[in-house]
Design a protein around this ligand. Structure first.
Ligand code: M6R
Length: 614
């Protein structure tokens, strides 16, 4: 939540900051602001505005500035309403220190009380402001801006990232991170700072990730790294990111979400080409030691949030069927407080697009403390989860900018399917012939999705037209497609703001059936499967009560077509892969309904792409 940028170099700073904020707006979009050194008048100039970044850009029109150092912020409010006063950057009373912040200062009330007693005047309701006042006061007292920054960080409790600048040291910016991502991009005679690597892509792919409790002093020509606890200098290496700037742009599509939906065939193709080689499933990031550990895993805990949780749930069905390992699933925020019974032979599988979700990171720490083996399935290369887990598998879906996750989900599903088959083979549960057949089917998935995106689109649009004004929807599925029901409903509600609820179809008769009447659309995910007949019975139960049946089924299923008001068909594939196809119509349905309702598809209200608060 919240996006932070910083720049130091020779370019005019304003366009660099604005472009950086554009790349991060998906992280928070209720207000924004920036601050830069004004070399002519030797002062810090700050401009802030409530609302979307466009509001800030409008305020900046006609505003000229030739400074080359600055910081910026796009906010997702935690403390204080999204007003101009509460927008970052925050300046101290002398206007010589400025700060942008992501995360929460948990002891801010205590620090604020002390500052108020000392006569400090506060201009905002944020927790952030205590930082800048404390920093300014300390710097004046000890006459060392960097050391004062470090000591201020140590006074603050919680998880956060800060980027600050001071008129007293106008040739550098200061950066700190604890549990909230910060990455520094290296250019030639210039450095960029951002909460997320996507904001750096227009300038550089050479990046250095800060780890927890690391601080950086960024000058034009070098970056000095410190351990914030000891104050000692340390060395860090840069890594090269293989994403391109174009991947993080809309490229002619009206929204990132629809672009990302259409990228799924390519994402799957890349995954399959990378993971299937000479008839074998291979993992570039798993060491021999990790493989040996995987061979002996007793139980798996799949832990994640939101869409990634749904992928983990689908993973449970895959792993249990093909690897024959028992799997427990949990949302991260529950797992960490549930006192999980974890043994050394257990594995915690953490699924995450961003690799920065606070609850999932906390779950990882819990797993590590209890000695379990941790495997992260992550999209963002070099993210915290990827770095801290015992082993990592990257989903390589490319940058996902739309807040509603789409291509990251199908990339997680294909990786989970391949991983389950791989584990099954490793543990002697799958024959060579079975492996060959499954991989043959997997390779056809990209073409199936491509075909649906062309041929199935009109039908989805027709269906969205009919459903877009319905206030409530139910999604039903069983087995591999129970997670699809949950994911379809989540997609629909998060971008249309309509109530949609996903259920295991067998649960309908235990309560939700009371909702069924002629106005309730019931989206039933019923491709050919072990539970097909049971799904048919559930659909009959809805039909008997006049519910509007929208179904996703296997091509040629006339029985289902006849029962449905809208029938969206996918090709026949083994059950393990069916969830990769059935979710595509549901993504499109949610997208189309959101557009018809005039919603902000890529930046739905109250949400943020990367949830870095607990
Ligand atoms: O980055 P992560 O995969 O860990 O994020 C988890 C959830 O916050 C995320 O999937 C969220 O539910 C999306 N908005 C769903 O579209």
């Amino acid at each position: 939540m919240c996006g932070i940028v910083g720049y130091i170099g020779r370019r005019e700073v304003l366009p660099v900051l604005v472009r950086g904020l554009e790349g991060l707006e998906y992280r928070g979009y209720d207000s924004s602001g920036l601050a830069c050194f004004d070399p002519e008048h030797s002062r810090i100039v700050a401009v802030k505005e409530k609302g979307k970044l466009d509001q800030l850009k409008a305020r900046l029109e006609g505003f000229h500035h030739n400074g080359c150092i600055g910081i910026g912020h796009t906010r997702w409010a935690t403390h204080g309403a999204p007003t101009r006063d509460n927008a970052h950057p925050h300046l101290d009373a002398s206007e010589q220190f400025a700060i942008v912040h992501n995360g929460i200062i948990e002891n801010y009330e205590r620090l604020k009380t002390d500052l108020l007693r000392a006569g400090t005047h506060f201009k905002s309701e944020t927790d952030t402001e205590v930082f800048v006042h404390t920093w300014g006061r300390l710097a004046r007292k000890i006459r060392d801006v960097r050391e004062a920054f470090r000591q201020t960080v140590l006074k603050c409790h919680g998880r956060f990232a800060f980027v600050g600048m001071s008129l007293k040291t106008p040739d550098r910016i200061f950066v700190f991170r604890r549990s909230n991502p910060i990455v520094i991009g290296a250019g030639s005679g210039e450095y960029f700072v951002a909460s997320d690597v996507t904001a750096l892509l227009p300038y550089t792919r050479e990046v250095i990730y800060l780890e927890d409790d690391e601080m950086a002093e960024v000058l034009r020509s070098e970056v000095k790294f410190y351990n914030v606890k000891t104050g000692k200098r340390m060395q860090k290496k840069s890594i090269r990111i293989d994403w391109s700037s174009e991947q993080a742009q809309k490229g002619g599509w009206p929204h990132f979400m629809i672009k990302e939906i259409h990228e799924q065939p390519d994402v799957l193709e890349t995954a399959l080409a990378k993971r299937i080689q000479k008839g074998r499933i291979v993992w570039d990031t798993l060491s021999k030691k990790a493989e040996a550990r995987l061979k002996k895993i007793r139980k798996i805990f799949a832990v994640s949030c939101g869409t990634a949780f749904h992928a983990g749930l689908a993973g449970k069905y895959m792993l249990e069927e093909y690897a024959k390992i028992p799997v427990e699933t949990s949302v991260s925020s529950e797992f960490r407080y549930s006192d999980p019974i974890l043994e050394k032979e257990d594995m915690v599988l953490l699924v995450s697009q961003s690799g920065e979700t606070a609850d999932t990171l906390a779950a990882l720490h819990e797993a590590k403390e209890r000695g379990a083996f941790s495997l992260a399935l992550v999209n963002v290369v070099g993210s915290t989860l990827a770095r801290e887990a015992d082993a990592v598998i990257y989903t390589h879906a490319g940058p996902e900018i739309g807040v509603a996750s789409t291509k990251a989900y199908t990339a997680q599903l294909i990786h989970l399917a391949l991983f389950s088959i791989y584990l099954g083979k490793l543990r002697g549960k799958i024959s060579n012939q079975n492996l060959k057949t499954l991989l043959g089917h997997a390779k056809k998935l990209p073409a199936h999705i491509r075909q649906f995106l062309v041929k199935g689109k009109a039908k989805v649009e027709e269906c969205a037209d009919a459903l877009s004004d319905k206030p409530n929807l139910i999604y039903l599925g069983r087995g591999y497609n129970y997670p699809t029901a949950l994911e379809g409903a989540l997609k629909f509600k998060e971008i249309t703001y309509k109530h949609a609820h996903g259920y295991a179809a067998g649960e309908m008769k235990h309560g939700p059936i009371a909702l069924v009447d002629k106005n309730l659309p019931v989206v039933s995910i019923a491709p050919a499967s072990k539970t097909y007949e049971k799904m048919m019975s559930n659909i009959e139960e809805v039909k008997a009560r006049d519910g509007i049946i929208v179904s996703i089924g296997t091509r040629g299923d006339e029985k289902l077509r006849l029962k449905s008001k809208y029938f969206l068909e996918i090709p026949s594939v083994p059950e393990i892969f069916s969830c990769i196809l059935t979710v595509i119509p549901l993504q499109l349905l949610a997208y189309q309904a959101a557009v018809l309702n005039g919603r902000e598809v890529d930046q739905p209200r109250n949400l943020a792409k990367s949830v870095t608060v607990e």
